[in-house]
Design a protein around this ligand. Structure first.
Ligand SMILES: [Fe+2]
Ligand SMILES: [Fe+2]
Length: 334
């Protein structure tokens, strides 16, 4: 596939002033600057963390506040040893979701850019920054995989198997409903954009948390430093992409952009159910069933203001269709 999706006579007209050529050129300057300072900013260029020196056996691996069932009586009453094992599982799930994001969402999105399949992103700077980002994400997979291996061997969780995260399952379901290849690509890109706008916050939850395992905290902190740049990269790439879309592609993008917010915010109860069963947690079924109703109203747990700001910059929220799309997903009132 190439970027011949766009026919010149279908260019978008509802809101021609949404993103001016000046604003697009600013986005391209940001991308050029970030490409040029990759050598300095990328954590992939820095030293590796020393697990033997940093691992503190006495500290918990994860924050109880991030468990969907932290106040459930079955968890509160569990023996201390079981609670610590559940927290170690929380750390594994947090990391495995990160690996899913890097390898199944962001990596393929970068590959679409590298193969010049994305309108507005076929220039040298866009291709260069997509390839640098792909290297960053490959390094993050290595960083996070190492952290998981340390936890699995030190906490005797080596054989735990986690199912794929809800985020990936939902993105694939959405792609399967597409009738055209370009729509599948835009679903991939929209999921990557939302993930890259959110992931710094997701990593922030642990990177400053001094009460948890220092090795875990420093792993998350190293990752977060790269992701702060990635957030700017993906916002700028989105501006260049959106400007180049034709009318029907732009309308499809407006419809799909807010959807991954729900997928990202999901409590991942299937993953939790599998982990709790495997470690022999008592009353797993009751705990998971009791959490299901909370999962319905999970948007309050995440800050999606970054995505609203991006949609505002793009002019999406100046259009009826864009407003309806964001309202349909509960991200704003009509
Ligand atoms: Fe990453
Ligand atoms: Fe990233």
């Amino acid at each position: 596939m190439n970027a011949a999706w766009i026919e010149s006579d279908t260019m978008y007209t509802e809101n021609d002033e949404a993103l001016t050529p000046y604003e697009e050129s600013i986005a391209r300057i940001v991308l050029a600057k970030l490409t040029n300072n990759w050598e300095r900013r990328a954590q992939v260029k820095k030293h590796e963390l020393n697990a033997s020196a940093l691992f503190d056996d006495s500290k918990d691996d994860f924050l109880p506040d991030l468990l969907p069932f932290k106040d459930h009586p079955a968890f509160m009453e569990a023996p201390e040893k079981m609670k610590r094992k559940v927290l170690s599982c929380g750390w594994l799930a947090y990391n495995e979701k990160t690996i899913d994001i890097e390898s199944k969402i962001v990596g393929p999105a970068c590959t679409h850019v590298i193969y010049r399949e994305v309108p507005g992103l076929q220039d040298g700077v866009s291709i260069q920054i997509a390839s640098q980002t792909l290297v960053d994400e490959a390094y993050h997979i290595s960083l996070v995989t190492k952290a998981c291996q340390e936890t699995r061997s030190r906490r005797e969780l080596f054989s735990i198997v986690l199912p794929e995260s809800h985020l990936i399952t939902k993105m694939r379901e959405c792609q399967q409903q597409c009738s055209e290849r370009w729509q599948m690509t835009l679903v991939q890109l929209a999921t990557a954009i939302v993930s890259e706008v959110f992931i710094s916050d997701y990593l922030n939850l642990l990177s400053n948390e001094m009460s948890i395992q220092p090795f875990n905290r420093m792993t998350v902190d190293a990752h977060k430093r790269d992701e702060l740049s990635h957030s700017s990269i993906f916002k700028s790439l989105t501006k260049c992409l959106y400007t180049a879309l034709g009318m029907k592609e732009r309308e499809f993008f407006m419809d799909v952009l807010p959807r991954p917010v729900h997928w990202f915010a999901n409590m991942e109860l299937e993953v939790w159910s599998a982990m709790l069963q495997q470690i022999g947690f008592p009353k797993t079924e009751t705990v998971i069933n009791d959490c299901r109703s909370l999962n319905e109203a999970n948007l309050a747990r995440i800050d999606f203001s970054g995505l609203i700001a991006l949609a505002t910059d793009l002019g999406i929220l100046d259009t009826r269709r864009g407003l309806d799309s964001f309202a349909r997903e509960g991200l704003m009132s009509r």
